[in-house]
Ligand binder design. Structure first.
Ligand SMILES: *Cc1c(COP(=O)(O)O)cnc(C)c1O
Length: 398
């Protein structure tokens, strides 16, 4: 194969977007796509939202980057506004989800170190998860396609079965630092932690002095119709990784923590050149001002209910392809029948019907649209799904 300018780590498809407008993307030849993938749960306000464009343009012209050696007025204001909507007391800004996860792992280890228990370093994680691509984040997962050839990975992780509370309990030992999980697994195929599992983990943490780390990079930031997905469980974590929606397309992430859990993250223990720079902070504030309001969250819940309802009506009409709908808010998944492969159906939707979705684990087609879509987008999405199901040839299941 000839060398390409971009490392060929992605199986890139033929959609080559050059412009976006609201929920639509346009390719090099002017083709139009309804974007129900939103950069994989990133573009929460669609493409080219005026408030985001304005924040970026004005801040770029005012001050883009300085350094974290200086005071950061915009960062302080944005952090305080964000924290006020969460369980957390303090945060660290990053440029990506994986960096937020790294900071979460480091914060947990430092907590036990600061308490005089450096042996408590092992993070218990769960199978089918995705936490990003750094060495720390892949060490926290058990998926060979992400890990093979990168060994030796970081020691100090145990990967257990998701939603198995007894297994989690049995894995606690004198070296355990805490649990880390996605409140709702995204890449894994829109699989939510059960209420018994998550509340059970919280109780185990309280009983054994462990930290509960949530990775809400995909399910957080209004995606489920709550600001963060943990709110639906009536528990709070000690540490949480956030990214994707927080910047609405601008690279931004954050690791949030309670004051207690962050007690080891003292002067000099962590850093980032770009993390929390003025441009990122201006965008973050503009996005939060919109998606952090009760009205916006209520609208996401209502839109999600309508989309889910429409999907539930559609599915039985094409039961050679569709099996079930899962998810909440605008984090939805359609599980396909065994004979229909999610990746092929996503390609068929994209190439023949101009509808962008994302394949996930467990043979699921993920629907992760901009959070400000309206009924016309729902109708168009349903129409395209229906047409695609009719024209999709399903291999006979053996
Ligand atoms: C996308 C994702 C990440 C990684 O985020 P990057 O910005 O790609 O580093 C981590 N955790 C979850 C749950 C994600 O969905």
């Amino acid at each position: 194969m000839p060398i390409t300018p971009l490392m060929p780590v992605y199986p890139r498809c033929d959609v080559r977007p050059v412009r976006g407008e609201g929920a639509y993307l346009y390719g090099e030849r002017g083709e139009r796509y309804l974007d129900m993938a939103a950069g994989i749960a990133v573009n929460v306000l669609g493409h080219g939202h005026p408030a985001v464009v304005k924040a970026i343009s004005e801040q770029a012209a005012t001050l883009m980057h300085v350094s974290n050696i200086y005071g950061m007025p915009l960062g302080e204001t944005f952090a305080a506004a964000l924290l006020a909507k969460t369980f957390a007391d303090t945060l660290f800004f990053t440029n990506s989800g994986a960096e937020a996860v790294e900071c979460a792992i480091k914060t947990a280890r430092r907590y036990h170190y600061a308490n005089g228990n450096p042996e408590r370093h092992r993070i218990i994680t769960f199978s089918n998860a995705f936490h990003g691509r750094t060495l720390g984040a892949i060490s926290a997962t058990d998926q060979p396609k992400m890990r093979d050839g990168f060994e030796p990975l970081l020691p100090g992780f145990t990967v257990l079965k998701f939603n198995d509370l007894e297994g989690a309990k049995a894995a606690i030992g004198p070296d355990a630092a805490g649990f880390m999980l996605e409140t709702i697994q995204g890449e894994g195929g829109i699989l939510a932690a059960t209420p018994e599992f998550l509340t059970g983990l919280r109780a185990l943490c309280d009983e054994h002095g462990l930290l509960l780390i949530l990775d809400e990079v995909q399910c957080g930031y209004a995606r489920t119709g709550r600001f963060f997905a943990y709110e639906q469980y009536g528990i709070t974590p000690d540490i949480m990784a956030v990214a994707k929606g927080i910047g609405a397309g601008f690279p931004l992430g954050a690791c949030l923590a309670t004051e207690e859990a962050a007690k080891g993250m003292t002067f000099g223990t962590h850093g980032s050149t770009y993390g929390g720079n003025p441009l990122a902070m201006a965008v973050g504030q503009a996005v939060l001002d919109i998606v952090g309001t009760d009205e916006f969250l209520a609208q996401v819940r209502a839109t999600g209910d309508r989309l889910r309802g429409a999907l539930e009506q559609l599915l039985p009409n094409h039961d050679h392809v569709f099996q079930e709908v899962r998810g909440i808010g605008l984090m939805l998944g359609i599980k396909l029948k065994p004979g229909a492969e999610a990746r092929s159906f996503v390609a068929h939707l994209r190439d023949e019907h101009g509808l962008l979705t994302v394949a996930g684990g467990d043979n699921v087609v993920r629907i992760l649209p901009p959070l400000n879509i309206d009924d016309s987008h729902i109708a168009e999405c349903i129409e395209k799904l229906s047409a695609a199901a009719r024209s999709f040839a399903v291999a006979e299941a053996a």
